[in-house]
Design a protein around this ligand. Structure first.
Ligand SMILES: NC(=O)c1ccc[n+]([C@@H]2O[C@H](COP(=O)([O-])OP(=O)(O)OC[C@H]3O[C@@H](n4cnc5c(N)ncnc54)[C@H](OP(=O)(O)O)[C@@H]3O)[C@@H](O)[C@H]2O)c1
Length: 306
């Protein structure tokens, strides 16, 4: 639980992001949190500062990370560059990860957030951590750099861990969501607009949605598992749930009509083996239906039936 992290100095990189902003905010209740990003959206900086997070500017694409402390207790790297420019996104992912690690090398441990988007598309294969890697998201032109840059950043994190003697965990996140948003929240908006939801023709399109609360809960355990050289672990909710199932449930909750648009021009299923995650930190606690209902309640309460 986050309550296990108290009185620490924790650096959260990518603090304005979907996943890291609520995490940094929650951690700042009992810790000194330094949030780092470029702060392209000033309102996000203000929200973090109001929550007590000290904000420092960095730029991972240029390696400008001198504002980070050199000996924080812990570092959480949730930054990702999605400009769709190969040079920028690879430089931010690879060079940026190494620049962070060099700068904070006196830290006790680092959690590097990766993605299950690193796995080679293989239909309904259940991916363990040693499964083949590939250009999972390349099918989406607007995210053409994503999988490649995430794979490359993992290698940088492993190298940096050894080079700087910095215990590191690389956690491959599936589908994070919560009151602040996420892919299921995008689907909710699409249903609201009457858009058909793209799903892969190899149905169903299955992932492991993970609620923000479960993300907070296991951060201490993931940091505790960090080793020099890096340990890699899949990171998702215990239930494998398909887009077809979760959109149908959003339809049940709201009465919105649900239509799917099967295509091979969208990402394939990425179902993962969570044996290692469960041995390290246990299973997620927020049931997906409960989490989805809470998400609708927080974001679009007027849509909830009854
Ligand atoms: N969201 C998902 O569905 C999902 C799924 C699987 C894995 N993940 C992983 O989870 C982590 C967090 O994802 P997210 O969706 O929360 O990301 P996000 O919302 O896109 O946020 C990305 C963060 O990185 C920062 N950033 C981008 N370029 C930067 C640069 N050049 N220098 C410094 N900071 C930079 C952004 O802040 P500024 O723009 O202000 O600099 C922002 O704080 C990532 O590792 C991602 O790959 C996410």
């Amino acid at each position: 639980m986050t309550s296990e992290l108290k009185g620490k100095t924790i650096v959260v990189i990518g603090a304005t992001g979907q996943v890291a902003q609520p995490l940094a905010t929650k951690l700042s209740e009992h810790n000194t949190v330094i949030g780092a990003a470029r702060f392209r959206d000033a309102s996000r900086r203000s929200s973090l500062e109001e929550a007590g997070v000290r904000c420092v500017e960095i730029d991972l694409a240029t390696g400008d990370v001198g504002n980070l402390p050199s000996e924080p207790d812990l570092v959480l790297n949730f930054a990702v560059a999605k400009s769709n420019d190969w040079t920028n996104d690879l430089d931010a992912g690879v060079g940026g990860t190494l620049a962070i690690m060099e700068q904070v090398q006196g830290a006790g441990a680092l959690l590097h957030c990766s993605s299950t988007a690193v796995y080679k598309p293989m239909g309904h294969h259940v991916f363990a951590e040693d499964a083949p890697l590939g250009d999972n998201h390349g099918v989406w032109e607007f995210l053409r750099t994503y999988s490649t840059a995430k794979i490359a950043a993992e290698a940088a994190a492993r190298y940096g861990s050894t080079r700087f003697n910095l215990p590191t965990t690389i956690a491959r996140l599936s589908v994070p969501y919560g009151d602040g948003g996420g892919w299921p929240a995008v689907h909710l908006e699409m249903l609201r607009n009457g858009s058909a939801i793209p799903v892969h023709t190899r149905s169903p399109s299955t992932y492991h949605p993970l609620h923000d609360e479960d993300i907070f809960a296991v951060v201490p355990g993931l940091l505790g598992a960090a080793v020099v050289g890096g340990t890699t672990v899949n990171w998702g909710g215990k239930d494998a749930v398909s887009i077809e199932e979760w959109c149908s449930y959003l339809g049940e909750l709201t009465g919105l009509e649900v239509a799917f648009a099967p295509t091979d021009q969208t990402i394939d299923s990425v179902q993962v083996d969570l044996t290692k995650l469960h041995s390290l930190v246990g299973e997620s606690q927020v049931g997906w239906k409960d989490g989805f209902r809470r998400m609708v309640e927080a974001r679009r309460p007027e849509l909830l039936k009854g």
